[in-house]
Design a protein around this ligand. Structure first.
Ligand code: UD1
Length: 417
């Protein structure tokens, strides 16, 4: 098990490129199952979750090869419709393979993803929509068995919550359905629009992705294409937090500033100055941050749940009190106990965390228990007096490509042991 060692309170400076988005890459890899011919996915981050999805693709019969930052996928040879339990458990987003396998083969057998570190992660919305599209679905002993022997059919789906994964699963499945599918109250995340861009390049006909109503006209077949993954807005928020807590000025390049529209104002409220133009964002920290008053997580374009832990870690040393309200996942304050070990003053109750800023955090031995919680501990470690040792950093590798290398290149004292 690797650990990260951080000696805090070093100023960061310089410029770094933001990696491709994990949450785009994973559904796009699953969606490649629908295609014949060759796909080349550029800017595909090196992450353990991407590796896990590649293993699923290979198990199903696809050819997957990595060459530097791109992934070549050929899905012509699919000869399976099942995904074994150990592969399903290897990445939390494996459920997005359900719609793809079902649409491509007319059948799917996979295990129920179950709960995870940040919450229960039910899939009722996914299954309800696929049933409405004509799939027969049996759920027994943790296995989901689906069939649509005469194909899926287009239909109207109204989501009771704009679930990202459900929107992706339905959109992918609908690409090969007979007729038109309309998803109302669809998730509007930029990663949904990126998935639709990829699918449209493959010959799909998807309108409105990135908005609340998405229309998908079903096609007989899709073809491989070349596609470049959008930059990761949560990695951008992570690096912004690292600069904010270390009184630093850094520049992020390769970003799409509109994707950060709910994140930037929170940093500005904390006193950071942010300039963004031509795909670059410069953040300058004022030194000690101001509190951010109230941060509520919401579906996009609201403040993302994935950035909550990062801003919470930043709020620990701010002047004043910041209140966080986590509206998306029920179990997303686990890292706060570790922050308290570092001297933070945080009270949590249900959806709410109250962070009373203290002048300084102190290095400690802490343990990460989920991906963004791990990143929050890195932010805290960078701001803390003396040394912080973070265990459980495998979580970090699910979503961050060489975070410690990037931070070192910006001047942080951080190393993996
Ligand atoms: C995706 C992201 C994750 C992000 C989350 C919310 C990927 C790979 N992961 O996760 O990083 O934190 O969106 O922005 O893209 N729900 C149900 N029933 C369902 C589906 C979801 O009740 O069938 C609930 C969930 O329990 C949760 C909420 O809806 O409370 C949001 O979940 P969802 O948007 O589906 O998140 P994911 O797609 O799992």
């Amino acid at each position: 098990m690797s650990k990260l060692l951080i000696t805090g309170r070093q100023k960061l400076e310089g410029k770094t490129v933001v990696q491709g988005a994990k949450n785009s890459a994973l559904p796009i890899l699953a969606a490649s199952l629908l295609t014949g011919g060759e796909n080349v996915i550029f800017n595909c981050p090196h992450l353990s979750d991407v590796e896990a999805s590649s293993r699923i693709l290979r198990y199903l019969g696809c050819k997957v090869e990595r060459s530097s930052d791109s992934l070549l996928i050929k899905a012509d040879g699919i000869d399976r419709f099942d995904i074994p339990d150990e592969l399903m458990r290897s990445t939390r987003s494996s459920i997005v393979f359900l719609g793809a396998v079902l649409a491509r083969t007319g059948r799917a057998r996979l295990s129920f993803p179950g709960g995870c570190e940040i919450g229960l992660r039910p899939i009722d919305l996914h299954l309800k929509a696929l049933r409405k599209m004509g799939a027969e679905i049996k759920e027994e002993h943790g296995i989901i068995e689906c069939s649509a022997s005469s194909g899926l059919k287009g239909t109207k789906v109204v989501l009771s919550f704009p679930s990202v994964g459900a929107t992706e699963n339905i959109m992918i499945a609908a690409c090969l359905a007979k007729g038109t599918t309309v998803i109302t109250n669809a998730a509007r995340e930029p990663e949904i629009a990126d998935l639709a861009d990829y699918l449209n390049k493959c010959g799909a006909e998807i309108y409105g992705a990135g908005e609340g109503v998405i229309e998908i006209v079903g096609k007989h077949r899709l073809y491989g294409t070349h596609h470049s993954i959008i930059p990761d807005r949560i990695v951008a928020a992570t690096l912004m937090s690292c600069a904010a807590v270390t009184a630093s000025e850094i520049t992020l390049s390769g970003i799409i500033s509109s994707h950060l529209s709910s994140i930037v104002p929170v940093f500005e409220e904390s006193g950071c100055v942010i300039e963004s133009k031509n795909g670059e964002l410069k953040i300058s920290s004022p030194g000690r941050l101001n509190s951010m008053k109230t941060v509520r997580t919401m579906p996009y374009p609201g403040f993302p749940t994935d950035a909550q832990a990062l801003l919470l870690a930043s709020a620990c040393t701010a002047v004043g009190t910041t209140v966080f309200v986590e509206n998306i996942f029920e179990n997303r304050y686990r890292h706060t106990a570790e922050l308290v070990r570092m001297g933070a003053q945080i009270k949590t109750e249900g959806k709410v965390a109250i962070v009373e800023g203290v002048p300084m955090l102190y290095g400690a031995s802490v343990e990460a228990t989920d991906l963004r919680g791990a990143a929050a501990l890195v932010v805290a470690g960078l701001s803390a007096e003396s040394n912080t040792e973070i265990s459980g950093v495998d979580y970090l590798e699910r979503g961050y490509e060489n975070l410690e290398v990037i931070l070192s290149s910006l001047g942080a004292k951080i190393k993996k042991i």
